[in-house]
Write a protein that binds this ligand. Structure first.
Ligand code: COA
Ligand code: AMP
Length: 634
């Protein structure tokens, strides 16, 4: 039997024994005697009486094992022309001092620290320093607006906020400090301290008494040791988009997370200690948490922090340059990044001359790997290209093709097979299991394996309502799909109103809130439409108030600007269409699926529940005017 099947059977038949063996691979401060404890179907805990420290696992233990001179972190920043390398010993020194700095600012175990940072080493150092103290970090993606940052500050109530004077988007300098200042004006409980990394590209104004300069504080900070934490203590909160405007604070524990990530580094990615692992994502997303920071370091790999884009920094050969130069063994990014490269360099001219023989495999996630992009990559690269499916909530892959490819071949269009530890099923809307090939809701049987979210920050009820209540005994993933006769999982997209733009997860609710605040708008809907580059882009549909007197072009510009201001540029909302009415069911539910269908082509099945079918004609006409149907005979 192959290794994948053996591990799957073991994890299913005796999960406690399976995860005990995985837990043994880490250095605990107290090894857990209780591997799995269950109070009820929905209440259970992994490694309850274990003690450990995630920063110790990621850094100290490698130094103590004599690997202090191994490279831990490579920072490669085409936008600044800078590179920096840290051995495990050097990174540990910085992190221990940063933890000392935080402690002098009053941060203790259980306190929260917000990071609003670009992709610079200080971001990784700050996260690990929080882990060292047992403080809970909450990283906010640098592309979010001041308003989104404020929402997350209000939820996390941090003692300290770490930021930098700016981020750099291609050649554009994005000043962060004014955004932080603006966010702090509106929050109920601002943090006592803001620490700012001064970058030469932009100066930041420091407010006396609250703000401090990172370098100045670090210069006099003393290194502090890692504290012993209970396995179930929270390591971080990471907010992700649900269907409403209020983000969900996914809570990750220490013990389950460390065990699961270490397992995934080996079982999913086949990454060996000392190898170079590069996840081209952002520390603001779960991919950055799991596979830029914690996973590679816990495993003893070298991780790569890339401050650049797949294209225009300086060109579509950027990824190949980085892989060849730093001898990357395992590479991970989102399909949209490859679509951007393919668009600019379809024949791979910019790949020529880069020695990619170091690459063992390329992994993609964040959205479905469409077969066209898969084919292009497969023909371009000598290594396997592996789609895999997971979510902020799970923190590590649910479905992937095992690297033992001779037993389990890659199936283009499928994200692979369930990773050992997960128990996946497809159910209909009543919760009844569906046979092979039939599409339905993708769910995971409880209990979930270690590392998956334990709750939502300060909102256990929302956790239960969002994930556990719809189908009792199952975790609701929010994705739809099917499983074929060989067990391969095909993920077909969200079944809720979550939008996926260039691998970034956004809620239609938050965009709708932004549109709905405009004085001329009576009603609105935001729907994700297909996009060749970004997978999906949001498009706004608004119904105006009867007395609204506004030029439609002007209104569209104002609404687009509002979304940039309220949510952030990453929302990529570029079109807003004015309608007389929104297509709705008789019970008032907006027919988003029908709108999506109509955007793809003029004929769609008319839902039996539609309130007024004529509204579809108006929409069809509007789509035609906007050039949505280039091939139809007008
Ligand atoms: N700080 C400030 N602004 C940011 C930002 C950040 N960290 N990240 C993105 N933005 C801005 C961009 O500058 C852009 O602004 P603009 O509308 O003024 O041009 C906007 O948000 C949209 O950004 P992006 O989604 O990056 O689109 P793009 O057109 O600039 O680039 C891709 C397209 C495909 C190259 C880019 O989306 C990409 O690299 N995607 C990979 C996604 C990824 O790694 N996802 C993580 C999941 S694994
Ligand atoms: P996030 O929580 O931001 O990582 O987004 C998770 C969502 O992205 C999932 O629920 C899916 O909708 C989508 N997603 C991630 N990976 C894949 C994949 N490999 N195939 C299809 N959809 C994916």
């Amino acid at each position: 039997m192959n290794a994948y099947l053996t591990a799957s059977a073991h994890a299913q038949d005796d999960p406690a024994d399976f995860w005990r063996q995985q837990a043994r691979l880490l250095d605990w401060m107290r090894f857990p005697q209780q591997i799995f404890e269950q109070q009820s179907r929905e209440h259970y805990q992994w490694f309850a009486d274990g003690q450990l420290n995630t920063c110790h696992l990621a850094l100290d233990r490698h130094v103590e094992a004599g690997n202090g001179e191994r490279l831990a972190l490579i920072y490669d920043s085409p936008v600044t022309g800078q590179q920096q390398r840290f051995t495990y010993r050097q990174l540990l020194e910085q992190v221990a001092r940063c933890a000392g700095m935080l402690r002098t600012l009053g941060v203790e175990q259980g306190d929260r620290v917000i990071l609003y940072m670009p992709m610079i080493p200080e971001a990784v150092i700050g996260m690990l320093a929080c882990a060292r103290l047992g403080a809970v970090h909450s990283v906010v993606f640098g592309g979010f607006s001041a308003a989104e940052l404020a929402l997350r500050i209000d939820d996390a109530q941090p003692k300290v906020l770490l930021t930098a004077s700016c981020g750099i988007e291609y050649e554009r300098v994005v000043a962060y400090k004014p955004l932080v200042d603006k966010a702090l004006e509106s929050v109920a409980q601002p943090p006592a301290h803001v620490v700012v990394v001064a970058r030469p590209q932009a100066a930041a104004e420091l407010r006396a008494g609250r703000d401090a300069d990172w370098q100045t504080l670090m210069a006099c900070a003393e290194a502090v040791p890692a504290v012993a934490l209970a396995s179930g203590d929270p390591l971080y909160v990471l907010h992700t988009s649900g269907t409403t405007g209020k983000p969900k604070g996914v809570v990750r524990d220490n013990g389950g997370h460390a065990v699961a990530l270490n397992y995934s580094m080996q079982a999913v990615y086949d990454a060996q200690p000392g190898e170079v692992f590069w996840a081209a994502s952002d520390i603001g997303w779960v991919v950055g948490h799991s596979y830029i920071v914690y996973g590679p370091l816990i495993r003893g790999c070298t991780t790569l922090l890339y401050e650049g884009k797949p294209v225009r920094t300086p060109d579509a050969g950027a990824f190949w340059r980085v892989i060849a130069e730093h001898r990357v063994n395992v590479f991970f990014t989102a399909p949209t990044a490859f679509r951007a490269i393919k668009r600019e360099d379809p024949h791979g001219a910019l790949r020529e001359g880069h020695d990619l023989s170091c690459l063992k495999a390329v992994y993609v996630a964040g959205e479905r790997l469409d077969p066209a992009t898969y084919d292009w990559l497969d023909q371009s690269l000598a290594c396997p290209v592996i789609d895999h499916w997971w979510q902020t909530e799970t923190g590590w892959p649910i479905v992937s093709t095992p690297h033992d490819a001779c037993h389990c071949p890659i199936k283009p269009g499928s994200a692979g097979l369930p990773v050992p530890g997960y128990n996946l099923a497809i159910v209909d809307d009543q919760g009844d299991p569906l046979p092979c090939g039939e599409p339905g809701n993708i769910v995971l049987r409880l209990p979930l394996p270690p590392g998956v979210l334990t709750t939502l920050w300060r909102d256990r009820q929302r956790f239960v309502d969002s994930y556990l209540s719809t189908f009792p005994g199952y975790y609701l993933s929010g994705d739809g799909g099917y499983v074929d006769a060989e067990g391969y999982v095909f993920v077909m997209g969200r079944i809720d109103d979550v939008i996926n733009v260039a691998g970034h997860r956004l809620s239609s609710g938050s965009l709708e809130e932004a549109l709905g605040e405009h004085p001329a708008v009576a009603e609105c809907a935001v729907v994700a439409l297909d996009d060749v580059l970004k997978g999906e882009v949001p498009v706004g549909f608004v119904v105006l108030k009867q007395d609204a007197q506004i030029d439609p072009g002007q209104l569209e510009r104002e609404l687009i600007e509002r979304v940039r201001e309220r949510v952030g540029a990453l929302a990529s909302l570029r079109q807003v269409l004015v309608l007389k009415r929104l297509p709705k069911t008789r019970s008032g539910k907006i027919l988003r699926k029908t709108i999506r269908g109509l955007a793809r082509g003029p004929s769609v099945p008319v839902p039996a529940t539609i309130e007024d079918p004529q509204v579809l004609d108006e929409l069809r006409e509007l789509f035609a005017q906007r050039g949505f149907y280039p091939d139809s005979q007008e």
